[in-house]
Design a binder for this molecule. Structure first.
Ligand SMILES: CC(C)(COP(=O)(O)OP(=O)(O)OC[C@H]1O[C@@H](n2cnc3c(N)ncnc32)[C@H](O)[C@@H]1OP(=O)(O)O)[C@@H](O)C(=O)NCCC(=O)NCCS
Length: 185
């Protein structure tokens, strides 16, 4: 499978239906770490659940919509990924998301990967706007948005239900001219 290099020997490549077993094994390592912060439908159990997520993304990708990519470390182990949770070419806007298993944090792999996704969306596909949504108390996620040169545009109050509590969420975004300036810097 084709893949793009990230730092420290890691690589980014499409995550597809035939990766279901590998994806399920990775989710076993990541599940409790990501559960508070990502959409509930992403936190599946077993190969059937993993396959359901991969199929959902494959169907949306076929319609030029959402897309899913895996991050593998230098040993080829699937340790996380990034995605277009939304991709609207006609409307000129997309939303990027991410996750990692705990051992893969702190390498810059998600920042590298999201840079590739935003480049593709804004520079190659000609979209105008890339968004980032996260729980307002998810400091590590907000730090990625800030590293990508995104602007915190606002807060959706009590929009994120988790474990009996409704959390605020943040919306960050970068516009195409801002992205070009950020990349030059
Ligand atoms: C959000 C999440 C993916 C961020 O992971 P991360 O490792 O902090 O992000 P990156 O891969 O971009 O790495 C950045 C870290 O690597 C470090 N780093 C090292 N070299 C780096 C480089 N060259 N460039 C950027 N960062 C680098 C940074 O300092 C930072 O670590 P620090 O915060 O301890 O200082 C991760 O915390 C996670 O999976 N959380 C649970 C799920 C989640 O919240 N998903 C997002 C939902 S909105």
């Amino acid at each position: 499978m084709f893949s793009l290099p990230l730092r420290d020997g890691a690589r980014l490549s499409p995550l597809e239906l035939h990766h279901a077993e590998e994806f399920a094994a990775h989710l076993d390592r990541a599940r409790e770490h990501i559960r508070p912060w990502v959409g509930a439908s992403f936190v599946t159990e077993g190969v059937v659940g993993a396959r359901g997520t991969l199929l959902r993304y494959a169907e949306r990708q076929a319609a030029d919509g959402a897309r899913l990519f895996g991050i593998r470390d230098a040993d080829g182990l699937l340790v996380g990924g990034v995605m277009f949770t939304a991709f609207d070419a006609a409307g000129g806007s997309c939303e990027v998301g991410c996750w990692l298993e705990p051992a893969a944090e702190g390498h810059g792999w998600v920042t590298d990967s999201c840079t590739l996704l935003v480049d593709w969306a804004l520079a190659e596909r000609g979209l105008h706007r890339a968004e980032w949504h996260c729980r307002a108390d998810n400091g590590r996620s907000a730090a990625v948005a800030a590293r990508l040169g995104m602007t915190l545009e606002g807060v959706h109050r009590e929009t994120w239900p988790y474990d009996g509590v409704r959390y605020d969420s943040q919306v960050w975004a970068v516009l195409a001219p801002e992205w070009r300036a950020h990349r030059k810097r």
